[in-house]
Design a protein around this ligand. Sequence first.
Ligand code: GLY
Length: 384
Amino acid sequence: MLKAADQAWLQDVIDKLTQKMDWVSEKNRDKIPYTTKDGTYDDRSVDNPSGDAADGICWWTNGFWGGMMWLMFHETGNEKYKEIAGISEEKLDQCFSDYYGLHHDVGFMWLPTSVANYRVTGNPESRKRALHAANLLAGRFNLAGGFIRAWNDLKEGDTRGWAIIDCMLNIPLLYWASEETGDPRFKQIAMKHADTSMTAFVRPDGSVNHIVEFDPFEGGVARTYGGQGYEEGSSWTRGQTWALYGFMMSYIRTGKEEYLHTAKRIAHYFIANIPDSGVIPVDFRQPAEPRREDDTAAAIAACGLIEIAKRAGELEKDLYLGAAVKLLRTLDGSRCDWTEATDAILRNGSGAYHSKTHHHAIIYGDYYFMEAIFKLKGNDLYIW
Ligand code: GLY
């Protein structure tokens, strides 16, 4: 699928990834990292920066470290990665008894851990955990609006009617649960949420809203929010990529052509907005200054674009694959840290446009970078 020069570059990146993950995995084997402090990974299985139930062991990114370990196990066959993945999967059991920290992001937590484990090893405990998580996700479905509710706030901010575009990456847990049990309910909920998202989130130009608020009692869109982007109506780049890759996942799991067309429309908007530098801003509609970039969006976009390219005709394949390679080459060329100065790989992640700090390591940036690189090689463990 790749040109010869790109093949040589790809092998070089895989070599660097393999070398770095060898020591990073051992140094952090008992942790569940989110970001780095002075170059060393933190540990969200013990740290809780706000004291809120959702910020400690139930923190939404806590599946990605396990996912990285499964990707490395798949690539290298080294048993140590399997063992380390198992450590974080077991730690996540605490979330089921804590319960209050869990919300729509259970797909991000249990697809890269328990579903990956079950797919690779057939472990019955992993199957049980993943089905438990799928039932929690299905239980968040709002029948009147046809969406999966985001977050749990009621007192400080009422999110009963909120849905967010990120959830397109959680619903593959429901597709998996239907495939696994033969019960169509999970898939029906996932497809209803995806259908609602197509009409309520995706704008005519192919960009997407981050948050849509529905009337939780009657259904119908009440308003939209800028969420983690610059402002209402702007274009938060990671949100664009959750949509791009998320609709592609729904297409892969259901074969519904409208999801493929939607993923392509979002991809066209995204590709048209990639700056010449290949560096992705936090929001495509943000002011030129201050400089705010998000490497995680580039990595997630690359994953979705490669999946589209795999299913594209000869004439259009280069559009998607070329954009993915440009994003990944930019990350490797100027954003990755392959040294021992830091445990993380990508340097410039950003949580949200209005966050206090920017340009720091974020675990899912590394996860999706790794997934994209193994996809290009044709050897990713597809766990969504
Ligand atoms: N799912 C939340 C985020 O992308 O930051």
